[in-house]
Design a protein. Structure first.
Length: 364
């Protein structure tokens, strides 16, 4: 059921007002696999008879959920007229990536579409990061990140591989905490548990509408609108906590911070819709560049190019990172308000650098 809750939240809060596909430049959708069997085997025959699939594979319900999600993406992003799309599906598990990916992609690009049937390629970026890529024409992109909820005993078996995937993770329990925090952020469980008026994640549309109407003076405050404002504030706090955790445990790079502070401004000012999720250092760099509309990146999607950027940023230390990303803002014609936010955020986060004026440094 995690998947359905995630989909409700993402489609209502982030994608409530679809953009014309001509304006769409980059979309990242974070969600879980559909319902699947447990990741471990059972000793009892009764349990085995209930979970007939192999361990960790999608159940029939999970397959139906993947198909439904593909249908949604087809309606949301694909107009059936051969528009340019690139779709990448990430998962830490090869078989589940193929299962979900093939079902989703089959419904995004139906056989009776006016373009050729997409070609599916499966390759490994590293030990546990598997990707299905469908390339069609130019460079509009839907990127779907899978985040798996693994029990601690399963994490212990994979901790070596996980360290290669996310170098900041110290042990398996960090991975579980990291995943749980993402779940809490997306589903807003903390707020909805205590709410009298709002009980499901799809209520986000109503919540945002009420808050907007109160702020605009269109309606008078009520107990319901007060509850809506409380939930919105809680969501912002969760978002800040999630970003801080990613920074401390996984990212440790100013590019991750840049994504965080640009998030709302980019959506409002550049007509780009996205949900970001930081996994590896390379992907942080990649996401930053795509969010900022750096077309050159879209022509160089190979890992060596990303790695060289990562090395450049990390090799220059904290001060070098600040300047690199500020220069990126200038190069991409980012609006002045966003650049001011970036400088303010850099000043706050790097206040420990004594006798260092961030704003003056970036202007040099």
């Amino acid at each position: 059921m995690f998947w359905l809750l995630f989909l409700d939240f993402l489609t209502t809060r982030i994608l409530a007002e679809p953009l014309p596909i001509e304006q769409l430049r980059y979309v990242a959708v974070l969600f879980r696999h559909g319902e699947r069997g447990p990741l471990f085997d059972f000793s009892s025959n009764k349990a085995r008879s209930h979970f007939k699939n192999k361990t960790g594979q999608l159940t029939e319900k999970g397959k139906q959920q993947a198909t439904q999600f593909g249908e949604y993406l087809n309606k949301r992003y694909y107009d059936g007229k051969g528009k340019a799309l690139i779709t990448k599906i990430h998962s830490t598990n090869k078989s589940r990536c193929l299962e979900s990916g093939e079902l989703i992609l089959k419904t995004i690009f139906p056989e009776n579409s006016t373009i050729l049937k997409p070609k599916i390629e499966l390759f490994a970026q590293n030990d546990i990061d598997w990707v299905i890529c469908i390339y069609e024409f130019e460079f509009k992109m839907i990127k779907m990140f899978y985040v798996l909820q693994l029990p601690v005993n399963e994490c212990q078996k994979q901790v070596t591989a996980l360290k290669k995937w996310c170098p900041g993770l110290k042990n398996a329990s960090d991975y579980v905490k990291y995943d749980d925090l993402a779940a809490e952020l997306l589903m807003c469980t903390r707020e909805f548990k205590s709410s009298k008026f709002f009980t499901k994640s799809s209520d986000i549309v109503q919540i945002e509408a009420l808050v907007a109407e109160v702020n605009a003076g269109l309606i008078a405050p009520t107990a319901e609108t007060f509850e809506a404002e409380k939930i919105m504030q809680g969501m912002h706090e969760l978002s800040e906590g999630y970003g801080a955790y990613v920074e401390d445990v996984v990212a440790k790079t100013s590019s991750g911070q840049l994504i965080s502070i640009l998030y709302n401004e980019v959506i409002a000012e550049r007509n780009e819709t996205l949900v970001h999720f930081v996994s590896t250092q390379d992907w942080i760099i990649a996401s930053s560049m795509q969010i900022l509309g750096v077309s050159d990146f879209l022509q160089h999607r190979n890992p060596p190019y990303l790695s060289s950027l990562t090395v450049e940023a990390w090799g220059k230390g904290e001060r070098g990172k600040i300047k690199i990303f500020y220069q990126m803002l200038n190069a991409t014609g980012t609006i002045q308000r966003v650049k001011e936010l970036a400088l303010d955020e850099f000043t706050r986060r790097f206040s420990y650098l004594k006798d260092f004026d961030v704003k003056e440094y970036c202007k040099e």
